[in-house]
Ligand binder design. Structure first.
Ligand code: SF4
Length: 289
């Protein structure tokens, strides 16, 4: 397998074969994100992908999941994506699940029939970065899309029968009270009703516009307590029939994995204990991306 640049995958794809179908991110403007900042987005050729699949057919026979990198592989035009997924089925017939990152724009670029076809070809999970449901914050971070469009996109993924994992990012509002953005994010997540809700905590990535804003004093980062209060408000207000809450990313101060809504009370008690100082937090030096 050949990889270019940073290869990033969700924590739950740790055992997946990472197939770099695209390089970079077609949006590449979110102010907090430094993942692909110096990389021009491109779709790899079918010949390059076929070479990787030939390698995997010899050396990755135990891996039955494939994650299509990089930042938004759903941007690949339907006919190209169809060919890639058919090649995976041809060369790695033991693969049971294909997943990828997508954003509201790339989902909007697919018709319902396209999404249904991708489901039949093996697309089983889409990871989507909502970040926040607050439109002013979405504009501030240059997400390029509003909450309503993100909600529609997430709902269409679920309606296509594809598992949806949505990420929210604590700390985007900066220091102080974030109860209003937390409420907006809870509304968006409730309307999307994802199978997985992943919550990360903002870290300033060197070279990102948000890190530069913080360095010149234009953005005051949220404290650990600010983010715990935001997490509490978020968890208290999410109204979904059933979801796995994953606050298990290395950026988080308080690791949590729980079912919602059934374990909400336990989660809130754990967060309250942390806010009251009765629960140890991950030391700042051990937080990571
Ligand atoms: S957060 Fe996602 S959509 Fe935004 S620039 Fe980074 S990879 Fe692209």
């Amino acid at each position: 397998m050949r990889y270019e640049g940073h290869v990033i995958r969700p924590p739950s794809e740790a055992d997946s074969l990472l197939l770099q179908a695209t390089i970079g991110c077609s949006h590449n403007r979110c102010t907090f994100c430094g993942a692909y900042r110096s990389v021009a987005f491109r779709i790899r050729s079918q010949a390059e992908i076929d070479q990787d699949l030939a390698w995997a057919a010899r050396h990755a026979r135990h891996q039955d999941r494939v994650f299509l990198c990089d930042g938004d592989a759903l941007m690949i035009p339907q006919e190209r994506l169809r060919a890639i997924m058919q090649a995976i089925a041809r060369d790695l017939p033991w693969v049971r699940r294909i997943s990828l990152y997508a954003n509201a724009g790339s989902i909007a670029g697919k018709s319902d029939a396209d999404l249904g076809e991708l489901r039949r070809l093996g697309l089983r999970r889409v990871y989507m970065g909502l970040e926040t449901g607050d439109d002013a914050l979405l504009r501030a971070i240059d997400k390029g899309v509003d909450a309503a469009a993100q909600i529609r996109a997430g709902q269409r993924i679920r309606q296509a029968g594809i598992s949806l994992s949505v990420t929210a990012l604590l700390g985007l509002a900066g220091a102080g009270d974030a109860s209003a953005p937390a409420a907006a994010t809870a509304v968006a997540l409730s309307q999307m009703a994802p199978d997985h809700i992943a919550v990360l905590s903002l870290m300033l990535v060197p070279g990102s516009p948000l890190a530069a804003a913080a360095a010149r004093g234009a953005f005051l980062p949220a404290t650990a307590m600010d983010m715990l209060q935001e997490l509490r408000a978020l968890v208290a207000a999410i109204d979904v029939p059933r979801a796995l809450l994953l606050v298990n990313h290395a950026s988080n101060h308080l690791p949590i994995t729980a079912r919602l809504p059934s374990q909400r009370a336990e989660v809130l008690a754990r967060i309250d204990a942390a806010i009251a100082g009765r629960q140890a937090l991950r030391p700042e030096a051990l937080r990571g991306l």
